[in-house]
Design a protein around this ligand. Structure first.
Ligand SMILES: [Zn+2]
Length: 394
């Protein structure tokens, strides 16, 4: 059984939107109250756990605020749970110390459940606790969940929840596939399939710059400033959505249709440090690919192999095993030994497919050209590691 996170946009009327805002405000209010109270108690050497804090709040604080009784009591209960989790993450060293939430700056969100009963969603209209019926833009399959979280992003509200899914083993169409992840093309597969990079950011750059300029000309915190800021936020969200959609499409295809996926070790951090490449690389979101492929392969019983960082996938000839330098500008691999010609990325993906044999035999690796690599192309992080291999071998 796997957990799948689902998040989709809600279609709300104004009344519902206002109510959502109130609930989000309530959640934030309780979070801030609890954080403040906890800190003050700590200053007097009193440590309070989640249930003590909640008991005190329910008996002595909540009755003083009548507006809170109009909203679901689940909201404040989950605010305590969330704060407690934030503290746990902090003590484990996974997150920063919990901070106070500011209206308009922190994400507006809250969680609801149906007191132990399952919440069933399906179609476009969903019966939810406290809100009764809410509509989503997207038609959902029938799914059951224990709790739902609402969050606001760039002026729109989203609902998210976890569902338990049993992934049935699917029939694989291909045994092995090597994947060359790149910048101009998102990925080239050894079966010949190419996934284009939507380059969402590049395409949207002018548009984003214009919106950003509009925003900077408005009077800070004026109503026109808020309107312009919303436009900027929406544009950024759109870019992020396009990017994430393309990556989900790729990783899903890889994990579902193959028994084994062989991927380069993408040293994301090292590559993004390089300024000239960083924008393009962040655009391709290599980290996201790696992250998704790991969990999707586990869903579909697919073996994932990550090729060694020093494996010279783009320098080897996939036909004869000859090795030669391949500056990034060279888009076609013309083998100096057997004269075969292949697209650079396709050639690399074929080498990745044969990674095991190549790495085990090291046949190809030993036939390294003795010639000394030229001063490195600064923009090519991938090749730097390849060249390191040359030097260690010679
Ligand atoms: Zn060759």
């Amino acid at each position: 059984m796997n957990h799948l996170a689902y998040k989709t946009k809600l279609k709300l009327n104004n009344q519902q939107k206002t109510l959502m805002g109130q609930c989000g405000g309530y959640s934030r209010w309780v979070w801030n109250w609890a954080l403040d109270f906890k800190q003050k108690a700590y200053g007097e050497d009193i440590k309070l756990n989640k249930s003590q804090l909640r008991k005190y709040y329910t008996n002595y604080v909540k009755p003083n605020y009548s507006w809170q009784s109009d909203l679901s009591s689940k909201i404040y209960q989950y605010a305590f749970v969330n704060l407690d989790n934030a503290y746990k993450r902090f003590f484990k060293g996974l997150a920063k110390y919990p901070r106070f939430k500011k209206k308009g700056k922190s994400t507006n969100s809250f969680t609801l459940d149906a007191s132990g009963k399952p919440i069933v969603l399906g179609g476009k209209y969903h019966k939810l606790p406290f809100f009764s019926w809410l509509k989503t833009h997207e038609k959902l399959p029938i799914c059951r969940t224990k709790k739902v979280t609402f969050s606001e992003q760039a002026g729109d509200w989203y609902i998210s929840f976890l569902i338990e899914v049993d992934f049935l083993p699917v029939e694989k169409t291909r045994e092995k596939v090597g994947v060359d992840v790149g910048i101009s093309k998102l990925a080239t597969l050894s079966c010949g399939k190419v996934f284009e990079n939507p380059k969402a950011y590049y395409k949207a750059q002018n548009w984003l710059t214009r919106l950003q300029r509009d925003l900077s000309r408005k009077v800070f915190h004026s109503s026109n400033w808020y309107k312009a800021r919303l436009k900027v936020q929406k544009a950024h969200r759109r870019v992020a959505n396009i990017r994430s959609n393309a990556i989900h499409h790729l990783t899903g295809y890889l994990a579902k249709n193959h028994s084994e996926v062989i991927l380069e070790d993408l040293n994301v951090k090292g590559m993004v440090k390089n300024r000239r490449l960083s924008k393009a690389l962040s655009d391709a979101s290599l980290g996201m690919i790696r992250e998704q492929i790991v969990y999707k392969c586990s869903w579909y019983d697919t073996v994932l192999q990550i090729a060694d960082r020093f494996f010279p996938s783009s320098q080897l000839c996939s036909e004869c095993g000859h090795r030669q330098k391949m500056p990034l500008s060279q888009r076609i691999y013309r083998c100096g030994s057997c004269n075969s010609r292949k697209d650079r990325d396709f050639n690399a993906s074929l080498n990745l497919e044969n990674y095991e044999a190549l790495a085990a035999g090291s046949v190809a690796l030993r036939s390294v050209d003795k010639e000394v690599p030229s001063p490195l192309d600064e923009s090519d992080g991938k090749h730097r590691s390849d060249v390191q291999l040359c030097t260690t071998l010679s």
